[in-house]
Design a protein around this ligand. Structure first.
Ligand SMILES: Cc1cc2nc3c(=O)[nH]c(=O)nc-3n(C[C@H](O)[C@H](O)[C@H](O)COP(=O)(O)OP(=O)(O)OC[C@H]3O[C@@H](n4cnc5c(N)ncnc54)[C@H](O)[C@@H]3O)c2cc1C
Ligand code: SF4
Length: 517
C-alpha cells in the first residue's frame, strides 16, 4: 500500500504515514491524544479548534477507497486487530476492534442512537454520576449530530432487506424506525463493513480528523504508543515505536510530551497501556475490570420472493420496542464470507444454502447483558489483550427471548423459513409453531453463535474514586491531567449502539480539558 497525505487529501505537513519516518523523534504539544477512533477524533478536533496544539497518534494506517478489500475475510485481515479473530475466553465471544485511522468508524455501520433517559438514570444512580443525565448530554449529542450530518436512513436507500423488518414489526404492532446514521449521500451499497467506497459514511478519517488538521492538529499514523510517562500526579507524555502497516514490524522510537494526555485507544487497548505503564491510574483496582459487551445474536429468514440483501444501507431499520427487556433489534447485512460463519452445514450442503442468498434477510439483536462481566489483562508480550468474559445464565434468557422475537417478526414479514443458528435446535424452521422451541428448549451460553463488537466499562467512570478509574468528565481520579475518553469509561453498557454516546461524552470531556489547559 502506498498511502500518502496527498492521496487522502490532507496537507502533507499535518499527516505522517509509515514512509515518512526515517529516525527516532520527539515532539511536544498542549495535548497528546492516543487513538483516532470516534472518541479520540472528537477530542483532537475540539482541542485543535479551540486553538491548542494537538498531536493525535494512531497505530493503524489511513485507508483510501483503493485500499479497501471488498472480500470480507481479506478486509478483516487488513483493518482489524488480530485479523478480526480476537475472542474472549470463558464464554467464547468473537470481538472486533479496528486498527486504522478513524478506528471503528471505518468498518462500522454508522448507527447513531442516543440512549433513552432510563439508561442515564441507571448510570447516575448506580455510579454516583451527578451530571450524566440525558438532558445534560443532549447539547453534546447535538453538536456531534450537526457536525456529522446524522439523520434517519431515507427509504430510497433502505432496500428490501431493511424494509421487510418494518413490515414484520408493523404486522405485530411493534414499534420500528429507520436508523439514524452518520452518512452523507449514502447510496445503499451495503458495504460499510469493508469500507465505504462512496465516502458517504462520515468515518473519522474523512470528518473530524481532517477538520482537526485544518485547525493545525498533527496526526501521526503507524505509531504504536507503548507507555504513558508520568511524574507524581501528572502525566507528562507518551512513548512508543513506529510500526509497519499489516506486518507490525517495529522501527523508530518516539516520545511526545504534553500538558494533557488523553487516552482513547479503545476499551481493550487503554487498560493495557495503563497496566504496562506501572499499573498507573489504578488506585481503585478497576483498570481492566468490568468488561461488558452487547453480545449479538441473529437469525436469517428466507423469503419466497427476491430480497437481494446486498442492496440497501448495511443496517437501515431498528426496533427499540424491547430496550427495557434488555435487547435492541436491527436489520443487518454482512459480506457472504462473514455471514457463512452462522450458516449450518459444510461443503455441498453449505453451497446449496448459499443458493438461498438472494432471498435472505438477516436481522440481529444486541443484548444489554449487565450481569455478564469480564477482564482485560496484558499478555506476556506485546499490547494485545487477554480477554476473559462469561455470559451469565440470566443474560442467556435475554438473548433467547430476542431470538424468539426475531423469529416472530421474520414470519410476520412473510419468511418461508428461518435459519436460527443455535446449536441444539433444528438448522431450519418452517413456521412460528416450530420456532416455539425457543420458549421451551433450555438454551445454554455455549449454544449461541454470538459476537460482541460493542465493548465498554474497562476504565469505568464512577463518582467514588475507590470504585472507578475516571470521573464523569473522563479525568483519571489519580491524575490531574490524564484523561480517558474511549468507550471504556462507560459505567455500564448503554443498551444502544455505543459510538454516538462515546462521542458525546468525549465532546463533553473536551470542554473540561479546554478549561484546564
Ligand atoms: C464491525 C463493527 C460494526 C460496528 N457498528 C457500530 C455502529 O453501527 N454503531 C455504533 O455505535 N457502534 C458500532 N460499533 C462499535 C463502535 O465502532 C465502537 O464502539 C467505537 O469505534 C469505539 O470508539 P473508540 O474511539 O472508543 O475506540 P476505537 O474505535 O476502537 O478506536 C481506538 C483507536 O485507537 C488505536 N489504538 C489502539 N491502541 C493503540 C496504541 N497503543 N497506539 C496507538 N493507537 C492505538 C486503534 O488502532 C483505534 O484506531 C461497531 C464495531 C464494529 C467492529
Ligand atoms: S451503505 Fe454503502 S454507501 Fe451507504 S454508508 Fe454504507 S458503505 Fe457507504
Amino acid at each position: 500500500m502506498s498511502v500518502s497525505a496527498r492521496t487522502v487529501g490532507i496537507a502533507p505537513e499535518c499527516l505522517r504515514v509509515f514512509t515518512d519516518y526515517d529516525a527516532d523523534f520527539e515532539l511536544e504539544a498542549d495535548a497528546v491524544v492516543v487513538g483516532s477512533g470516534p472518541c479520540g477524533a472528537v477530542v483532537a478536533h475540539s482541542l485543535a479548534e479551540a486553538g491548542h496544539s494537538v498531536v493525535l497518534l494512531e497505530e493503524g494506517p489511513p485507508f483510501t477507497p483503493r485500499d479497501f478489500e471488498f472480500e470480507g475475510s481479506l478486509s478483516m485481515a487488513r483493518t482489524l486487530r488480530e485479523g478480526g479473530l480476537r475472542s474472549t475466553s470463558g464464554t467464547i465471544l468473537p470481538t472486533m476492534q479496528a486498527i486504522a485511522l478513524g478506528g471503528g468508524s471505518l468498518v462500522n455501520s454508522a448507527i447513531c442512537v442516543r440512549p433513552p433517559e432510563f439508561v442515564f438514570e441507571e448510570w447516575s444512580n448506580r455510579f454516583d454520576l451527578e451530571h450524566t443525565t440525558r438532558e445534560s448530554l443532549d447539547p453534546h449529542f447535538d453538536a456531534v449530530a450537526d457536525f456529522l450530518g446524522i439523520a434517519p436512513t431515507p427509504d430510497d436507500v433502505q432496500g428490501r432487506r431493511n424494509l421487510l423488518m418494518k413490515e414484520g414489526c408493523d404486522a405485530l404492532g411493534y414499534s420500528s424506525e429507520p436508523i439514524a446514521r452518520n452518512v452523507r449521500g449514502c447510496r445503499g451499497s451495503g458495504e460499510c463493513f469493508t469500507g465505504c467506497r462512496a465516502r458517504a459514511k462520515q468515518s473519522m478519517d474523512i470528518s473530524y480528523i481532517p477538520e482537526a488538521m485544518r485547525h493545525g492538529a498533527k496526526v501521526l499514523t503507524s505509531v504504536q504508543v507503548q507507555g504513558v510517562l508520568s511524574d507524581g500526579r501528572r502525566a507528562t507524555g507518551i512513548e512508543g515505536q513506529v510500526v509497519e502497516p499489516f506486518t507490525g514490524a517495529t522501527s523508530h522510537r518516539f516520545r511526545v510530551k504534553g500538558k494533557v494526555v488523553v487516552l482513547a485507544a479503545g476499551c481493550m487497548a487503554t487498560p493495557i497501556l495503563l497496566q504496562r505503564s506501572d499499573d498507573m491510574a489504578n488506585k481503585s483496582g478497576q483498570v481492566g475490570n468490568n468488561l461488558q459487551f452487547h453480545p449479538g445474536v441473529a437469525i436469517a429468514g428466507i423469503f419466497p420472493d427476491i430480497v437481494n440483501p446486498q442492496f440497501g444501507a448495511t443496517q437501515g431499520y431498528q426496533s427499540l420496542e424491547f430496550l427495557k427487556d434488555g435487547f435492541k433489534l436491527e436489520s443487518l447485512w454482512a459480506p457472504p464470507a462473514v455471514a457463512a460463519v452462522r450458516m449450518p452445514g459444510f461443503g455441498k450442503a453449505l453451497l446449496e444454502r448459499f443458493a438461498d442468498l438472494p432471498y435472505l434477510a438477516n436481522w440481529d439483536a444486541i443484548g444489554s447483558t449487565h450481569r455478564s462481566v469480564g477482564t482485560v489483562r496484558p499478555r506476556r508480550r506485546g499490547l494485545d489483550p487477554n480477554l476473559h468474559w462469561n455470559l451469565h445464565p440470566e443474560d442467556v434468557k435475554i438473548l433467547t427471548h430476542a431470538l424468539w422475537v426475531i423469529a416472530e417478526i421474520l414470519f410476520a414479514a412473510g419468511a418461508r423459513k428461518i435459519i436460527p443458528g443455535v446449536i441444539g435446535l433444528p438448522a431450519e424452521m418452517y413456521s412460528l409453531d416450530e420456532a416455539r422451541v425457543f420458549q421451551s428448549h433450555p438454551i445454554r451460553a455455549r449454544d449461541l453463535v454470538s459476537a460482541g463488537n460493542h465493548a465498554f466499562c474497562t476504565t469505568r467512570m464512577h463518582g467514588d474514586a475507590s470504585m472507578g478509574v475516571v470521573n464523569e468528565f473522563g479525568r483519571c481520579h489519580d491524575f490531574d491531567n490524564l484523561y480517558i475518553t474511549d468507550t471504556g469509561i462507560f459505567p455500564r453498557c448503554p443498551s444502544v449502539n455505543p459510538m454516538f454516546t462515546g462521542m458525546a461524552l468525549a465532546h463533553r470531556a473536551s470542554q473540561q480539558i479546554i478549561d484546564a489547559l
